[in-house]
Design a protein around this ligand. Structure first.
Ligand SMILES: *Cc1c(COP(=O)(O)O)cnc(C)c1O
Ligand SMILES: [Zn+2]
Length: 437
């Protein structure tokens, strides 16, 4: 491992990226002039200094249109490459990400009384979570810049996604996870061949350690909220939703369609920031005519962003997060600026749900929708039910709930609500008495 405290950014940049803008002080940077956060960031652990990637939308609009996107045989996020911070679609790792189904789920529609409800099932990504969308960009950029090692801190899914994308591309990785991460996620890291460091501490401890190690050893840092390009991968879910909704009505859409509302679970706030950025890109291009209302759902045991939203604070105060939904268990959200803007600028809301409601929501998603979600994925559905009860959603509205991760990531959580399986003797008599009982 080479040591380069201030690695030189020398990658071939996307022809459509015009620079980066600080969301705190407004400073503008040329492409490649800064790697992670703005100089105005006062100290580590603070969310301030988050950068937003800027594009030349006029040129993009001459390169892709809704019609060409629809006609593109590519189903992965590669089809959106002019809107991504990569030099071309060929630079993405050879393990396709995205192109996940938007499910009509008729039985869930009947149960909720929402005839225009959709489930975007991102558990169907290669490493079984939404995080593949961002990790593909991290590996593409690291490889384009010739970086030896990509590192990340993660509650589990971001790391598993990075490990899978890196394995396919032949990129070495070092992963920092809290030692409490579910075994399935740690197994993914080991299977994909990452160097795994299970930190005796929280996700936030792992995050700070990863930041320090990357600076010390010159590794490329994928960590959420710190690496500004992760939002750009995550925004592809908005492109897919708008395209998939348009394709419902029109075999060759000239315009895309925004839903009325999107529900997404929130930990650090990078996914919700990506959802916002994606729809914003489409609005800027004139491909949709309005933004959806974006609803961020948090556990009552990890409510930092909800708290900040409720009191109209600029930034969240840290909490002591203890939720069962490990993927959204975050003390100090790292992407808070983008996460709060997503809700405030679209007239959405933050919604708080109890952990009991989160694990209970796994059942209707599976039994009525056929979608097996991990707790953090089911959180979005629990949030929709809560929002419906409090009158935030009207019955006719087009509502998209994003399932961010597969239930196979954490089977123990699911079995808390299903109960254990019954063992019987291998006889018909035992079958009869069990079915009767
Ligand atoms: C990471 C993750 C989230 C939350 O995303 P943030 O960007 O941290 O807000 C939600 N669900 C799952 C399954 C995740 O892995
Ligand atoms: Zn700044």
């Amino acid at each position: 491992m080479h040591t380069a405290p201030n690695p030189i950014v020398n990658l071939v940049e996307s022809p459509f990226v015009t620079g980066l803008r600080c969301l705190r002080c407004g400073a503008e940077y040329a492409p490649g002039a800064v790697e992670y956060v703005c100089d105005c960031r006062p100290n580590r652990g603070s969310d301030l200094g988050t950068l937003d990637v800027q594009y030349d939308y006029a040129t993009i609009a001459h390169t892709v249109t809704p019609a060409t996107l629809h006609a593109d045989p590519e189903r992965s996020i590669g089809r959106f490459w002019p809107l991504l911070p990569i030099p071309g679609r060929a630079s993405l790792p050879p393990l396709p990400v995205g192109g996940t189904p938007l499910l009509a789920a008729p039985r869930l529609r009947a149960q909720t009384g929402l005839p225009n409800l959709w489930i975007k099932d991102d558990g169907r990504n290669p490493s079984a979570s939404f995080k593949d969308r961002a990790s593909a960009i991290a590996v593409a950029r690291a490889q384009a810049a010739g970086r030896d090692i990509v590192a990340t801190a993660s509650t589990g899914n971001a790391a598993a996604a990075l490990a899978g994308q890196a394995a396919a591309a032949g990129q070495a990785t070092v992963i920092f996870v809290p030692k409490s991460a579910p075994p399935a996620k740690i197994a993914q890291l080991l299977v994909y061949g990452s160097r795994v460091l299970a930190v005796d501490g929280s996700y936030d401890d792992a995050f700070d350690l990863c930041t320090d190690a990357c600076l010390e050893f010159g590794w490329y840092n994928r960590s959420t909220g710190y690496n500004p390009y992760m939002t750009e991968g995550k925004k592809t879910v908005a492109f897919e939703i708008a395209l998939q909704l348009a394709e419902q009505h029109d075999a060759a859409p000239a315009q895309l369609v925004a839903p009325d509302a999107v529900f997404v679970s929130v930990g650090d706030g990078c996914i919700i920031g990506g959802v916002y950025k994606g729809f914003k890109d489409l609005l800027t291009l004139g491909w949709i005519d309005r933004m959806p209302r974006i609803y961020g759902v948090q556990s009552a045991l990890s409510p930092a962003l909800y708290n900040a939203w409720r009191i109209d604070a600029e930034l969240p105060a840290p909490v002591h997060a203890t939720t069962r939904a490990d993927s959204i268990s975050v003390d100090a959200p790292r992407d808070a600026v983008k996460a709060l803007t997503a809700v405030r600028a679209t007239g959405g809301a933050y919604v708080l749900v109890e952990d009991t409601a989160i694990v209970q929501a796994i059942l209707p998603l599976a039994r009525l929708g056929g979608v097996f979600a991990e707790p953090a994925g089911a959180t979005a559905y629990a949030g929709l039910l809560h929002a419906q009860q409090t009158g935030l959603i009207a019955a006719h509205e087009t509502v998209v709930v994003i399932n961010t991760g597969s239930g196979l990531k954490d089977v123990r959580a699911a079995m808390e609500v299903t109960g254990e399986v019954r063992v019987i003797a291998p006889t018909l008599a035992a079958v009869r008495s069990t079915l009767a009982g």
